[in-house]
Design a protein around this ligand. Sequence first.
Ligand code: ATP
Length: 363
Amino acid sequence: MQGVDLVGINKMYGSVHAVRNVDLSLGHDEFVVLVGPSGCGKTTTLRMVAGLESISSGSLSIQGRRANDLTPAQRDVAMVFQNYALYPNMNVYENMAFGLRNRGVARERVDREIRRAAEVLALEKLLDRKPRQLSGGQQQRVALGRCLVRHPKLFLFDEPLSNLDAKLRLEMRQELKRLKSRISATSIYVTHDQIEAMTLGDRVVVMANGAVQQAGTPEDIYHRPKNIFVATFIGSPPMNIIETTLSSMSDRLYFTAGELKLPVPAHLKEPVSKLPGKALLGLRPEHIALETGPALDAFVKGSVDITELLGSEQLVQVRSGERQFTVTRVDPFRRLAPGQSVSLSVPAEEIHVFDPQTQQRIR
Ligand code: ATP
């Protein structure tokens, strides 16, 4: 069965090019997350799929049928927003029944669908309550339930968790993850939160400046970011990016920058040798190991600038000349004093390299 296809989709608001040439093909029961910073065009893309915004150029099809000019109702989409938009004077049951009743669905079927959705979302005991008698998380579950009972072709989520506090957000994220396997519809989920994107998406689409930067599985996006934008947007704290010069010393090739000297690993020699003498080196904070004694395989020596205790781990900023390195996953019980000498090392397979001119990953 076909899902949703976007081919060369653009959106112009006067002279603002909000969405640029987006090509995406979504499977019929795939859960895809659009993620990117504010203003990158993710909401506009979602609204064009929903039919709430016209498409300036390109083609949209839903289950094989051209959908550019269909009304939202004809597209058979259900949309969950950040404000739950429940009817305040109706109880939970009536809120969920409203859409089905409007379409003349038989009473027994309405009841069956609501009982089933209520069970999935743990709302059975709350069916008689009014929205004002519910917590934010419960209201969001009702909003989800209202969509579930309809069995739409397409589920669209516009930052549905952004009004919840941190604890509820985590709970609802896990709930959505559980729910995901029960939804047999194409789902598109928009968020600016990379953790939500990485934990919920079967596929993650990273956007910036209206364009898709990379679309791939969460593993792909994290381990093989296509460019500097994706590399630094996904991962927290962000990847360390260091401008280096490529230097040959006694027949070996090194990345060098001030005190930093790191041999180019064998598997990267060929593509690195094609770079014009410079490379951007990317090292994730969680892949750097920190030693206080001498370390044979250290790529740089420096001194502790600041430390932050994050509970189960310690974050350390290390200064080496004018460069700063962020290192995480340091044992929280390790005592490190500002100014203390440390050396850093990294496994060869965790090194990312980008072309300084194109900002693209090599290989
Ligand atoms: P956010 O996370 O802040 O909602 P977003 O990634 O969803 O951001 P969009 O809302 O899709 O971004 O906006 C993309 C671009 O289009 C932005 O530059 C925005 O200012 C512009 N834009 C959005 N709606 C309109 C409009 N109605 N008129 C003019 N420009 C608009």
